[in-house]
Design a protein around this ligand. Structure first.
Ligand SMILES: [Zn+2]
Length: 60
């Protein structure tokens, strides 16, 4: 995925249990993704956000 702030940075989210850190991806019945925990970019724009039910929720 790309950073939703518009900076164009690519975000790689490891989903494998063996990866550390890793994220859990759940897809609901409507096909909307929910990621946990939140995504925090330590490089570049330093965006911090959640993805819940396909929507980006910013943490400022
Ligand atoms: Zn960004």
């Amino acid at each position: 995925m790309r950073c939703p702030c518009g900076c164009g940075q690519r975000i790689e989210l490891p989903l494998l249990d063996e990866a550390n850190p890793h994220w859990r991806l759940r897809i609901d019945k409507e096909g909307r993704p929910t990621l946990s925990p939140s995504i925090w970019l330590r490089d570049g724009c330093r965006s911090h956000f959640f993805v819940r039910a396909g929507r980006v929720i910013w943490v400022w």
